[in-house]
Design a protein around this ligand. Structure first.
Ligand SMILES: *Cc1c(COP(=O)(O)O)cnc(C)c1O
Length: 414
């Protein structure tokens, strides 16, 4: 049971790994819907949360608990809940703290699905105020007596803006509001938002955590440090007695369970074995992305957006937070939509696919796909222009990737 080792070792030898049942090296897959009990009294005690135990997979399952335990340990949380998707994790977490009449302060440049969700929530009476730039000043000016949560992406996909978590959480806490951070593109390999002051971390595990592109999933990790004031966070009414665990308990025993947002056990298994190699994949992905970004930045007529490029506005912040690494996403502007399409169509190795975090390099034209529902002003706030190409860099040999992108860009003409 290693607790004080480095990240890559912890991935393979952490407490939650040592706790796999039956001396198994990989997490056993409990591919079942229900669990049987020796007496009705025993099952009654489980339902009443008087005895630990599993009853029904939508409510809990050992394979899910094992995966949750691993992510929780890596993020330094006090509890985690796995979800059917990243969007299920985001919607569950926000609905657990907001009710009709409440407000959310969100960053701009968010993942398209999240922006869509926040628009959906308007119909439930939950209003989102989008900060042009999410920082402490924005939190101070935009907070009202109805604000219940500040939500942002640690590194936004695909605009690549880096949140100043310490500063934003301090401002939010001074107003009695928690900070929820979507850290999908960062992963616990690059940084741990809870240690910087965030209250809740959310991941789409479909991306880097799974890594192999074989299952959709999400996870909510609660830092367990936020002191809920139920007269402010009325959505948590009834959970006062759980103190700092009120959010996690409400999700676990009520909202998440009743919305049916559980992860499938097989997906938890696949994501757990993907997680085993997170460190080595991220190391290779970050180094490939850094080299590809520098190579593309030297080509005339192409403007590249990547965190380790010296002219990136968040370059310094990324250096502090991520130890000089820039993650796996880069974007470039090709001049026109037609030229962007032409470059994408000419690539040999990069697959045209709507995903990130795969071991294979993936490319997409975000404006015509992920952001098609948003108007151009909202899109551009998210770093998506008509000519933007998004690249999720994989683990191929970088010389091949550089040659492939060079040839495609040159072949696409002016
Ligand atoms: C993909 C993604 C999501 C949504 O996750 P799903 O697993 O596709 O539901 C949320 N946030 C970010 C930053 C993402 O990249």
């Amino acid at each position: 049971m290693e607790t004080d080792c480095n990240f890559g070792t912890k991935l393979l030898h952490g407490k939650a790994v040592s706790a796999y049942g039956d001396r198994a090296i990989l997490p056993p897959v409990h591919q079942v819907s229900a669990f049987r009990y020796e007496s009705m009294e025993a099952l009654e005690r489980v339902f009443a949360h008087k005895n630990p135990g599993y009853a029904y997979t939508r409510i809990g399952n050992p394979t899910l608990s094992s995966f949750e335990g691993r992510i929780n340990e890596l993020e330094g949380g006090s509890g985690a809940i796995s979800c059917s998707s990243g969007m299920a994790a985001i919607s569950s977490a926000l609905l657990a703290v907001c009710e009709s009449g409440d407000e959310i302060i969100a960053g701009s440049g968010l993942y398209g699905g999240t922006v869509d969700l926040l628009h959906d929530l308007e119909k439930l009476g939950i209003h989102t105020v989008f900060a042009e730039k999410l920082d402490a000043a924005a939190v101070n000016t935009l907070t009202t007596d109805r604000t219940k949560v500040v939500f942002g992406e640690f590194v936004s996909n695909p605009s690549l803006e880096v949140l100043n978590i310490s500063e934003i959480s301090e401002a939010a806490h001074a107003k009695g509001i928690p900070l929820f951070v979507d850290a999908t593109t960062v992963t616990p390999y690059l940084a741990r938002p809870l240690s910087l002051g965030a209250d809740v971390v959310i991941h789409s595990t479909s991306k880097y955590i799974n890594g192999g592109g074989n299952s959709i999933g999400g996870v909510i990790v609660d830092g367990g440090k936020f002191a809920w004031n139920i007269s402010v966070h009325t959505a948590l009414r009834g959970y006062e007695r759980y103190g700092k665990m009120a959010l996690l308990i409400r999700l676990r025993t009520d909202l998440w369970e009743n919305m049916g947002a559980c992860m499938a056990p097989m997906n938890a298994y696949l994501s757990s074995i993907g997680l085993d190699t997170l460190a080595i994949r991220m190391e290779r992905i970050c180094s490939n992305a850094d080299r590809l970004a520098h190579a593309l930045a030297g080509i005339e007529g192409i403007s590249v957006n990547y965190l380790t490029l010296p002219d990136h506005p968040c370059h310094a912040k990324a250096k502090t937070y991520f130890d000089g690494r820039g993650g796996g996403i880069l974007t470039f502007r090709a001049g026109t939509k037609e030229r962007a399409f032409s470059v994408i169509n000419k690539l040999r190795y990069a697959l045209i696919a709507s995903n990130i975090g795969d071991i294979r390099t993936l490319v997409i034209h975000p404006a015509s796909t992920l952001y098609r529902k948003l108007d151009s002003k909202t899109r551009e706030a998210a770093g998506v222009y008509e000519d933007t190409v998004r690249v999720s860099v994989g683990i191929e040999d970088v010389e091949d990737l550089i040659a492939d992108f060079r040839a495609a860009i040159e072949g696409a003409g002016r």
